[in-house]
Design a protein around this ligand. Structure first.
Ligand code: GUN
Length: 285
């Protein structure tokens, strides 16, 4: 039987630490870490995420702004809001909620964000920093995965880590963070030959392909640490991961549930990145 990695509990623990740090940060610097979240349009899932981000900021005592812009906002208008936030001393983190309406070029928007305030770490400058291993800000989901593993007491150094999924948001940066932690890393994807064979080599398996219940017991080594980044809607409307939990849990040594595993960590890591950005900015002034 695997130990369940409780993302909610670990997330709460980190948020408590952030709360404490915010108090000492304010005492030392006379201002609060500040996050601005921009949402363009009416995507219902995005609205929920943004509401949760705002609430999370309030809970840890950050300054926060939510900028709601209509669907028909032009790219120019959005870029000028980012420009204003880039120059706003109260704001240390800027997050533009994705996806954007189709008429707005996502790359131009991400490039506009001051890399020092890029708390998603999606700007090519920060992507490059992660590649060189010299970074302050790491993308929230892969950073959350690292915290879950570390805080469960699992040693990463020297382990075989297989990541399934090669997205810019999860798979690729996850590989870099694992390398920085001295794992031996393999990245697999939809064209990988003998995927089950490769997965069975993993001491740490990170599942991030977005296919419900895709990973069965035949793809997991006895005693592996299994991290499920998948968030899929089942036929019954319930959330299901990429891992078939019922099959894999008896074989794994540690496993994250869905919901309640990686999910709760992403906003927590956003808070952590905002605090980090504020600290870096305070050092420069
Ligand atoms: N939309 C869904 N996830 C994310 C995220 O992590 N960052 C941003 N900016 N938008 C998202």
């Amino acid at each position: 039987m695997a130990k369940i990695i409780d993302g909610k509990a670990i997330s709460a623990e980190i948020r408590k630490e952030i709360c404490e740090e915010v108090k000492s940060f304010e005492a030392e610097n006379g201002f609060l870490p500040g996050l601005a979240v921009i949402i363009v349009g009416e995507n219902p899932a995005s609205k929920v995420y943004v509401r949760n981000k705002k609430k999370a900021c309030e809970d840890v005592g950050f300054y926060s702004e939510v900028i709601e812009m209509p669907e028909e906002t032009s790219e120019e208008e959005l870029l000028s809001v980012i420009d204003r936030l880039n120059n706003d001393k109260k704001i240390h983190g800027i997050l533009v909620q994705l996806p954007l309406p189709k008429h707005i070029n996502e790359e131009s928007v991400l490039l506009k964000i001051n890399p020092a305030k890029d708390v998603d770490a999606f700007h090519p400058f920060n992507v490059g920093k992660i590649m060189t291993g010299n970074y302050d800000l790491a993308p929230c989901t892969p950073a959350g995965v690292m915290e879950l593993i570390r805080r469960s007491g699992v040693e990463i150094r020297g382990k075989e880590c297989v990541i399934v999924g090669r997205s810019n948001i999860v798979g690729k940066p996850q590989a870099m963070l694992m390398l920085a932690a001295d794992a031996t890393v393999t990245i697999c994807h939809s064209r990988t030959k003998d995927l089950a064979d490769v997965c069975r080599r993993a001491d740490i398996l990170v599942a991030a392909i977005g296919k419900p219940n895709f990973f069965g017991a035949d793809m997991v080594k006895e005693g592996a640490v299994v991290i499920d980044v998948g968030i899929n809607r089942g036929d019954d409307g319930k959330l299901v991961g990429d891992v078939n939990f019922a099959e894999v849990e008896p074989k794994a040594s540690y496993i994250t549930p869905v919901p309640g595993g990686v999910g709760p960590m992403t906003i927590t890591m956003l808070l952590k990145n905002t605090l980090t950005a504020a600290k870096v900015s305070a050092k420069k002034h």
